[in-house]
Design a protein around this ligand. Structure first.
Ligand code: ADP
Ligand code: 5GP
Length: 204
């Protein structure tokens, strides 16, 4: 069995909570220790995103072909697009001796639980639903319709996360500096405990 600091780390949490922000900081600070699991997606690249860096951006036909060929550990349909983690991506990170970090949504978490990957599951939580909506809108990457769709999905992800035993750890991304300090210690295997999940029962 892998020691905790080498077990893959699965980050999940509602869209807009700050997963990529936390991850980017970690990968910038420790480029050799951690490797990001670059997923495949059929969604369009956002300004600034590069193929092969944040995602492998592929057409739907390519994605479906890869899926049929058994290339993916898990896949999901999210907000009208497909996303998937390939075996090859995770293997490459592992072969470099790095801790592999996955950023995936809840359908993927469910599927990973049925594999032998044995990761640590870490849920990134917003301090409140109101703040989640503000971040999603403030990022400026989504249309209002897409924000609404992502918020509706967020409510389902949060209900799933509230069930006991789904995640090993919670990080509340309230103050970015505080959340990053905790995330870093968890990723380095220096902290075994996270935050308490907030009630998240305010009006969106
Ligand atoms: P995700 O990857 O979970 O969808 P992002 O990392 O893109 O989310 O963050 C969504 C938005 O929230 C971005 O504009 C980001 O700059 C901002 N953000 C992230 N963390 C915080 C924080 N702790 N406080 C305030 N804004 C934040
Ligand atoms: P975004 O379009 O904002 O980059 O990502 C939307 C959602 O898809 C996020 O919750 C993100 O965690 C999730 N996601 C990204 N890659 C994958 C993947 O390979 N598998 C699954 N299941 N979810 C993913």
């Amino acid at each position: 069995m892998l020691p905790d600091f080498l077990r893959p780390l699965v980050l999940s949490g509602p869209s807009g909570v700050g997963k990529s922000t936390l991850l980017r900081r970690l990968l910038d600070e420790f480029p050799d220790r951690f490797g990001f699991s670059v997923s495949h997606t059929t969604r369009a690249a956002r300004p600034g995103e590069e193929d092969g860096k944040q995602y492998h951006f592929v057409p739907r036909e390519t994605f479906l072909q890869l899926k049929e060929n058994g290339a993916f550990i898990e896949t999901a349909e999210f907000s009208g697009n497909f996303y998937g983690t390939s075996f090859q991506t995770v293997r490459q990170v592992h072969d470099r001796g790095q801790r592999c970090i996955l950023d995936i949504e809840a359908q993927g978490v469910r599927q990973i639980k049925a594999t032998s990957l044995n990761p640590i599951y870490c849920f990134i939580s917003p301090p409140s639903l109101k703040i989640l909506r503000e971040r999603l809108q403030g990022r400026g990457t989504e249309s209002e319709a897409s924000v609404q769709k992502r918020l509706a999905t967020a409510l389902k992800e949060i209900e799933y996360a509230k069930q006991p035993g789904i995640h090993d750890l919670v990080i509340v991304n309230d103050d970015l500096e505080r959340a990053y300090r905790l995330f870093k210690r968890i990723a380095l295997g220096e902290a075994a405990n996270g935050d308490q999940l907030p009630p998240l029962d305010d009006d969106v």
